[in-house]
Design a protein around this ligand. Structure first.
Ligand SMILES: [Zn+2]
Length: 365
């Protein structure tokens, strides 16, 4: 993933490349944008470009080759979820006493350290910043740079304080990249020591265009649906599993239809029965709840006279029919019922039981 292959947001990408070219890349960068906008991919593209063994150009500006040893090693941090899962698993295998002091860090190349939020609290902890402080004292090889990436800049307060010291005087060869959905996620004291770059959500039309290039076999209707559901995030649009979504949405629609219009309890029973306990069932239920949520939101938009903002564009007539048969309050309370099912899932109740309960509670309006 070099700059050249980064999708969308050309101005921000160009800005980074120009900063590299002029030797004025800030030492602390806050990269903001919605989930899936490509913040982490762009951070790794920058890390590659600063350490590439066979530097290239794109649009006349510095870029990485994406194939040399350094580029390849850095790129293997791209699947962050997988790397974090490996690190968590390795920590589980440690003795109790060691596990307590082991923080999650991803380092696939000596010059690039990724500091993800540490589970289960999902906050960056002071132990991770201490590793950074220790690591940043070692110079990289001549001509190379050290990059520290926080994929999600949510810090415990002790960690934030420790980080401030690094941000005050980073060595000239070091760059810290703080990624966040909103600048307001960070303390003002940290924010003021960084240069902010924004990766905004892309317009739905741009995502459709992108999907047309990536998936020429898709019908325009599906491209429009995925573009709307991705909410401006390139990563989400590209990796969107349309089949899984449509399957979940089919079940969500059955649930809604049963609750609103024509109760078909045997169909409902057969459907909820396929939602079993365990990790698979949990994932399936989450998919259903997500789909149900988009349907309820679209029904609200239809009631509010804003069909142009609805996301499930391919089934609008059916949604309109459902929306015409319920009140705004009904939709609101259905959304609350969903939150209850979600918290039930966290307490590990039998999924099918909670789904049946959801359907019948939605019905009793
Ligand atoms: Zn390279």
């Amino acid at each position: 993933m070099n700059f050249r292959s980064f999708l969308g947001n050309h101005a921000t990408v160009r800005h980074l490349q120009e900063a590299v070219a002029s030797g004025r890349l800030p030492h602390a960068i806050l990269l903001t944008g919605p989930r899936g906008a490509g913040k982490y991919s762009l951070a790794l593209a920058l890390a590659q470009t600063l350490n590439c063994l066979d530097p290239q150009t794109s649009n006349g500006l510095p870029d990485a080759c994406d194939i040399c040893q350094n580029c390849t090693q850095i790129a293997s941090a791209l699947d962050l979820d997988a790397r974090v899962a490996e690190a968590v698993e390795a920590r589980e295998d440690l003795r109790d006493v060691d596990r307590k002091d082991t923080r999650i860090l991803i380092q696939t190349h000596p010059n690039v350290l990724v500091l993800p939020p540490d589970p289960p609290q999902m906050l960056v902890k002071v132990g991770q910043i201490r590793t950074l402080i220790h690591n940043v004292q070692h110079h990289p090889e001549k001509g190379q740079r050290k990059i520290y990436i926080f994929p999600q800049s949510t810090f415990m307060s002790e960690a934030a304080n420790a980080l401030l010291k690094v941000l005050e005087e980073p060595p000239e060869y070091a760059h810290l990249l703080l990624l966040a959905e909103n600048p307001s996620d960070l303390l003002a004291t940290i924010r003021s020591r960084t240069s902010t770059l924004h990766l905004p959500a892309l317009p739905s039309a741009d995502l459709e265009q992108l999907l047309a290039e990536r998936h020429p076999d898709w019908k325009p209707e599906r491209r429009l649906l995925v573009a709307r559901l991705a909410e401006g995030a390139v990563g989400r649009a590209i990796s969107f599993n349309a089949e899984a979504y449509t399957a979940s949405r089919k079940d969500a629609l059955l649930l809604l239809r049963t609750a609103v219009a024509e109760p078909d309890h045997s169909a409902l029973f057969h459907m909820t029965e396929t939602y079993r306990a365990g990790a698979d069932g949990q994932q399936k239920t989450q998919g259903l709840l997500r789909a149900l949520y988009t349907l309820l939101e679209d029904m609200m938009l239809l009631q509010g006279g804003m069909p142009g903002m609805a996301r499930n564009v391919d089934i609008l007539p059916e949604l309109r029919h459902l929306a015409d048969n319920v009140s705004f309050e009904w939709i609101e309370s259905a959304t609350h019922r969903m939150a209850e099912v979600e918290s039930g899932m966290r307490r590990n109740l039998l999924r099918s039981l909670s789904l049946d309960a959801l359907a019948s509670r939605m019905q009793s309006r």
